[in-house]
Design a binder for this molecule. Structure first.
Ligand code: PLP
Length: 451
């Protein structure tokens, strides 16, 4: 029989366990309890195979910025598939969706970030960046500049290149990473690592680790520094205000390309089109994906400045993906941006929903289990702690309490993720105040049940 939404949940779960390997999952553990089967979604709500509605506090994987169920995107995809489902942009050809999307991105991106190299997602785009910055310095007659500096606990993707840029030790431990010429400095995580140092001093000190690394490896060897404006998968870690200005100063001083990984922060999540605007930085390259198409199609890319593009345009950059600028994905992304503009979704975040959610989220700090609460735009986190004043960590294995809290959220029909003992949210940007109330209500219940 055909496998459809109408099959009993247990049968779907059994087939899933038999044939489907889930990413970042212990598949044996999952098979023992059965994956929750999601069948449809609308607005900020998912529906599972039992007909239960779940509030998606993560917008999928930080990506469904305009919410689920937008028919316009389906219509555009269908039209584009009928007209031109695929063509490449490698061999002296181009097509209207790629042209229109690149031009629109150039219009939205700050400063002179006017040129886009497309990929299918964030990992691919960050792989592009690794190759791009090295090709750039070679073309400028400085082939020695090949080292890229990143940060511990950063997440930049899952391919060998992007996972090497990332600073996730559990990923590196599974072999072969980081690839050569990638080094990591510490993250600006004051609540967890700041000790008695004041946040401003700590932010400055962590930024100055970049300068120390450049001096250690040699200015003539370092090509670029990469970071998320706000670390997402690492636990929504908002740096102290002193951090980014110092990083910008150091990159400028030593002629190091600054790569802002905007895969999560881009397209409205922080209350501006890009997180770099929120953090006040001027990157040379931006990585984009996720919110670019609100996750309706897999598409990402690298946006580069006029200067970087001028250098790369003078050589043949031997790089590209079959699906670079895929016409259906590009058309859908363009429609997503059009809707965001027409409906003022970035303004809705900045002026309406983010301030509303921030007030309620920050008040969770009164809960006995909650230490730090951080929130910028529509990305927030809270640290679970047995002792707020001491900023203490739980003695049990790291992440156990977070795992329990996440399970309690799920049982209360709320998707909230945990990273170690930090709980994180990244809801759709179209969320209403009423829906934010429901999120907070369910999160509070989950915290009470975890306590
Ligand atoms: N960069 C950042 C900051 C991310 O959060 C992610 C994914 O979560 C990626 C890159 C990788 O993107 P993708 O999963 O589309 O390859």
């Amino acid at each position: 029989p055909a496998i459809t939404n109408h099959m009993p949940t247990a049968e779907l779960q059994a087939l899933d366990a038999a044939h489907h390997m889930h990413p970042f999952t212990n598949n044996d553990e999952l098979a023992a309890k059965g994956a929750r089967v999601i069948t449809r979604a609308k607005g900020v709500y998912l529906t599972d195979s039992e007909g239960v509605e779940i509030l998606d506090g993560m917008a999928g994987l930080w990506c469904v910025n305009i919410g689920y169920g937008r028919e316009e995107l389906a219509d555009v995809a269908s039209r584009q598939m009928r007209e031109l489902p695929y063509y490449n942009t490698f061999f002296q050809t181009t097509h209207v969706p790629a042209i229109a999307l690149a031009a629109k991105i150039a219009e939205k991106a700050p400063g002179d970030l006017n040129h886009v190299f497309f990929a299918s997602g964030g990992s691919e785009a960050n792989d592009t960046n690794i190759r791009m910055v090295r090709a750039y310095w070679q073309a400028k007659g400085k082939p020695g500049k090949s080292i890229i500096i990143s940060r511990k606990n950063a997440y930049h993707g899952t391919s060998m290149g992007s996972a090497s840029l990332g600073g996730m030790s559990a990923m590196h431990a599974q072999g072969g990473m980081p690839i050569p010429d990638i080094h990591h400095i510490n993250q600006p995580y004051w609540w967890g690592e700041g000790g008695d140092t004041a946040p401003e001093d700590f932010g400055l000190a962590r930024a100055q680790e970049l300068e120390a690394a450049i001096l250690q490896y040699g200015e003539d060897k370092v090509a670029a520094f990469i970071a998320e404006p706000i670390q997402g998968a690492g636990g929504v870690i908002v740096p102290p205000a002193t951090y980014w200005p110092e990083i910008q100063r150091i990159c400028d001083k030593y002629e190091i390309l600054l790569i802002a990984d905007e895969v999560i922060c881009g397209f409205g999540r922080t209350g501006n089109w890009f997180g770099s605007e929120t953090m006040g930085i001027r990157p040379d390259i931006m990585t984009i994906a996720k919110g670019l198409s609100s996750g309706y199609q897999p598409i990402g890319g690298s946006i580069v400045t006029d200067e970087v593009a001028a250098v790369l345009d003078s050589i043949e950059f031997n790089h590209g993906y079959t699906y670079s600028g895929h016409p259906v994905a590009a058309a859908v992304a363009l429609e997503n941006i059009r809707i965001m503009e027409e409906e003022g979704i970035v303004e809705h975040v900045r002026d309406v929903i983010a301030p509303y959610l921030a007030e309620k989220w920050t008040a969770l700090a009164d809960h006995p289990l909650v230490g730090d609460t951080s929130i910028v735009g529509m990305m927030g986190s809270l640290a679970l702690t047995p002792d707020k004043a001491a900023r203490a960590k739980f003695a049990s294995e790291a992440g156990t309490i977070g795992y329990i809290c996440r399970e309690r959220c799920f049982a209360n029909n709320l998707v909230m993720r945990h990273v170690g003992d930090r709980m994180i949210i990244s809801p759709p940007l179209v969320m209403t105040p009423g829906e934010a109330d429901i999120l907070i209500e369910r999160a509070t219940r989950a915290l009470d049940e975890t306590y």
